[in-house]
Design a protein around this ligand. Structure first.
Ligand SMILES: [Zn+2]
Length: 392
């Protein structure tokens, strides 16, 4: 990160002091994440911000021409150590369950990511400044809560804020390891953040909505209207990967299928969030409506793979039901119906391109003839419903 630069004895002693301040964070995190408002906690966060601030000032004063390699490496080490501690703080905020703390935990984590990628001293100093800004906002929120007030986040409008919570350590080290591997696969897949960014730039949201990937104790994904947050359970992805392995899908294709399928699921849950937060009209099953929304959004931008993965998942669930009627009392249409509804939209969106869906016998002709009109109706309906909420 930093090479060929020098730091002097003053900077070294400053830095040691900073490290002491930053190292003290472990103990205030539970307080902050919980009540977010003990006076000493607000002061401690302030001290952390000050510690980083001093580090940035020291870095700005360095003379690039006389810095030795060993000294530069020592700076790297110190920044990395301090950043790791701050990452832990950010992770604890993300795991706190408090939506504003979660939002700022993610901001802080993003700031630290930028810091880690800084190519030179100036960029490093600037990245630290941004981190200090985020910490300062946290101090404001902390102080305001201490006085019984609620401070709005400073961003105008809102975003879907994607975050990946580390899975807990389980008794079985092999399962713990596979959950950790799953988390890093999902976190490194660009699809989730890209979809969130796409929707953020398409729809005006009144406030942030956390999208939290986490262990839940159940294979599920859901939108929770209270506290208005989307939860994507690692167990759902774990089960899907296991099912694909059992079906003989090669390992190298599983990660892609799981993340693509997860992308469709995320859009489905975002649909529920939009219906709730924007009070969108829904007639018929909301579950079917948001399946249609996810399909329309993806096919509108020719992102076909997540639709195909969703089709594969619904087909697998239908096959797993072995012809039993399934939960006809449930809020979802049956997996087989969801499969054909989405397949019909896919075919209807471009009958020439997806001709094989019919000629290969996947979609019966009796349904296929209606699909171009069904696609048109669903795509247009969603356009009309979302029109008052467009971000541009
Ligand atoms: Zn749903």
């Amino acid at each position: 990160m930093v090479t060929g630069r020098r730091y002097d004895a003053d900077f070294r002693s400053n830095k040691l002091r900073n490290m002491t301040v930053l190292g003290g964070m472990c103990c205030l995190v539970p307080l902050f994440a919980g009540s977010l408002a003990a006076a000493s906690v607000c002061d401690d966060i302030n001290d952390i911000a000050d510690g980083w601030n001093e580090m940035a000032e020291g870095i700005y004063q360095l003379d690039i021409d006389t810095l030795t390699m060993a000294e530069a490496e020592a700076i790297d080490q110190s920044v990395n150590d301090a950043a790791n501690t701050t990452y832990q703080f950010a992770d604890d905020l993300i795991a706190s369950g408090d939506s504003q703390s979660m939002e700022y935990g993610q901001h802080l984590s993003n700031d630290l990511d930028a810091m880690m990628q800084a190519p030179g001293l100036d960029e490093l100093g600037h990245a630290i400044d941004l981190t200090v800004d985020t910490l300062d906002e946290l101090v404001d929120i902390c102080d305001a809560r201490l006085n019984g007030q609620h401070v709005q986040s400073q961003s105008s409008g809102g975003q879907f804020v994607v975050q990946f919570v580390p899975p807990p350590t389980l008794d079985d080290p092999e399962i713990t390891e596979s959950y950790n591997a799953l988390r890093s696969t999902l976190e490194s897949a660009p699809i989730f953040v890209e979809l969130a960014d796409d929707i953020d730039s398409y729809i005006h949201l009144p406030h942030d909505i956390p999208v939290t990937f986490q262990a839940c104790g159940q294979a599920n994904a859901f939108y929770d209207p209270e506290p208005r947050a989307i939860v994507m359970c690692y167990e759902l992805f774990y089960e899907l990967a296991a099912a694909l392995t059992q079906m003989g899908v090669p390992d190298q294709e599983i990660a892609e299928a799981v993340t693509d399928g997860g992308g469709f699921t995320l859009l489905h849950e975002m649909g529920h969030a939009l219906v709730d937060i924007l009070q969108l009209p829904v007639t018929g099953r909301e579950e079917d409506s948001v399946d249609a929304l996810a399909t329309v959004l993806l096919l509108d931008v020719d992102d076909v793979d997540p639709v195909l993965s969703a089709l594969g998942t619904f087909k697998a669930w239908e096959l797993a039901s072995e012809g039993k009627a399934g939960m006809v009392w449930g809020e979802h249409s049956l997996s087989g119906q969801r499969y054909y509804d989405i397949l019909c939209m896919l075919y209807g969106s471009d009958p020439d391109r997806f001709q094989g869906v019919v000629s290969d016998g996947l979609l019966p002709e009796e349904r296929a003839v209606r699909c171009p009109a069904e696609w048109e109706q669903k795509a247009t309906s969603w356009d009309v419903i979302l029109e008052p909420h467009l971000a541009y």
